[in-house]
Design a binder for this molecule. Structure first.
Ligand SMILES: [Zn+2]
Length: 393
């Protein structure tokens, strides 16, 4: 049966000018028409959302469903067996969906558990977002997130084999840990873990298997290696040094020339009970300054969360991101809404189905009270959520 969704205004994922009095027609999980005003077709089920604003369901291009967003998320994951982890992941998936996040890209799990959940949510739209999954990230022996099970001895042959093994398991994306990271004791964010040649081999193998590859990279050398390797996206891109942050204009220019988007894992949900470590409090304004340079170079900056890794990063953190980006980096509401809808879809390789309200796209819809094109904080005032034509909230 056809469903006709009415609201007060609509942001289609692209156009800064909203559609007034929209009527969105949905059939078999897909959008078949978007019109301004007019009457629903005879026999259609009408869902009238009153004064709410409709926008595409949000896309978080960087989450970790396996981490529980506690202060000791790494230890708790280590202490839990797969069934316990899956139970946490299922609850997180439902929470994300209820916040209007209808697609997530899981960039690091344990034992390929996110693929299992992906298959569950693929057939049940109420169970969580559509999931794109990387499986355990490819890293080095005691490198960043080695405990997730994706550690290898560096080398072109070993990294190609790791990519193939991931592809055989059915992943949607290859996640490469190009540098160390904050979450892993003994790991250094500013130091590279793989050479450019190793990363190049991984990206070639991924592309040969029709998979995109994205690289976690903090330090300058790791970022430069990832760019030289031709990755499809860079996660973080903070230009961290041993004790500070220092943007490299040459590397920024190379990223811009290559047109590689950077996932700014900026979104966080306010949590008055938690104070971040002093190192992070000190680094954040410096990282903001780096992102101002990244943005000025014309590099697409995608708003994401890294949800799961700590108390400011629950799985429903993303809707807070666009307002934070506006505050720190500027940009119009439409630009920032694109970075969690159509631009995020493009970065994730799902731009043909996700991130827009237009005929032929999946009917992933978020309705919020108020007008996010005027006030981005309205993104957290959820009124209704639809995933692939099913109203889930
Ligand atoms: Zn991450």
């Amino acid at each position: 049966m056809m469903m006709a969704v009415r609201a007060s205004r609509l942001f289609d994922g692209v156009d800064a000018k909203p559609v007034e009095c929209p009527l969105v027609l949905v059939e078999d999980g897909r959008i078949v028409a978007v019109q301004s005003g007019g009457d629903p077709p005879d026999g259609a089920q009408v869902v009238d959302l009153g004064t709410a604003t409709l926008l595409p369901g949000l896309i978080d291009s960087h989450v970790h469903l396996a981490f529980d967003a506690s202060v000791d998320s790494v230890d708790r994951l280590a202490a839990a067996d797969d069934d316990q982890v899956l139970a946490t992941m299922r609850a997180s998936a439902r929470l994300a969906l209820s916040a209007g996040i209808t697609t997530v890209r899981d960039l690091g799990d344990r034992d390929y558990l996110s693929l299992k959940l992906r298959d569950e949510t693929a057939t049940d739209p109420t169970a969580g977002p559509r999931i794109l999954a990387a499986g355990p990230p490819i890293t080095t022996g005691n490198g960043h997130c080695w405990f997730l099970g994706g550690a290898i001895t560096p080398g072109a042959g070993t990294i190609r084999a790791a990519v193939r093994a991931h592809a055989e398991r059915g992943v949607d994306v290859i996640k490469l840990m190009a540098t160390g990271g904050e979450l892993t004791p003994g790991s250094a964010s500013h130091l590279p873990q793989f050479t450019a040649a190793d990363l190049r081999a991984a990206v070639d193998e991924a592309h040969r298997l029709n998979l995109p590859a994205t690289a976690h990279a903090h330090g300058t050398q790791g970022i430069a290696n990832a760019v030289a390797a031709g990755v499809d996206m860079i996660e973080h891109g903070t230009f961290m040094t041993a004790d500070s942050v220092a943007a490299d204009p040459t590397v920024i220019a190379a990223i811009a020339r290559a047109g590689i988007p950077i996932g700014a894992t900026i979104a966080q949900k306010p949590n008055p009970a938690y104070t971040p470590p002093p190192r992070m409090i000190q680094l954040i304004p410096l990282i903001v300054a780096v992102f101002q340079q990244i943005q000025a170079a014309g590099i697409p900056v995608i708003c994401s969360s890294d949800a799961g890794i700590g108390p400011l990063k629950p799985i429903d953190a993303l809707p807070y991101g666009p307002a934070m980006m506006a505050k720190h980096l500027g940009g119009t509401p439409a630009e920032l809404l694109r970075s969690v809808t159509s631009e995020a879809a493009r970065a994730c390789g799902t731009a043909d189905r996700k991130g827009r309200i237009a005929p032929g796209f999946d009917a992933d819809l978020l309705a919020v009270d108020g007008d996010p094109l005027a006030d981005l904080t309205a993104l957290t005032a959820v009124h209704a959520v639809f995933r692939e034509g099913v109203q889930v909230r």
